[in-house]
Design a protein around this ligand. Structure first.
Ligand SMILES: [Zn+2]
Length: 58
């Protein structure tokens, strides 16, 4: 999947993520992996929070 030019969160330089998908070539910053399991965990957490709110509201 093409990511294109993305600003590095560490040194704020524009990095071609297609050529450097893992590490920033300027400062060596390791980009966090966008794993789908993290998104599932976040969604589950939100659902649990909503269930907790509804359970206490009744
Ligand atoms: Zn950088």
């Amino acid at each position: 999947m093409a990511r294109g030019i993305v600003e590095c969160p560490s040194c704020a330089l524009d990095v071609d993520r297609d050529k450097h998908p893992d590490v920033c070539p300027y400062c060596g910053y390791e980009y966090p992996e966008e794993k789908p399991t993290k998104r599932i965990t976040a969604v589950l957490f939100i659902v649990l929070m909503l269930l907790f709110v509804f359970a206490t509201a009744c």
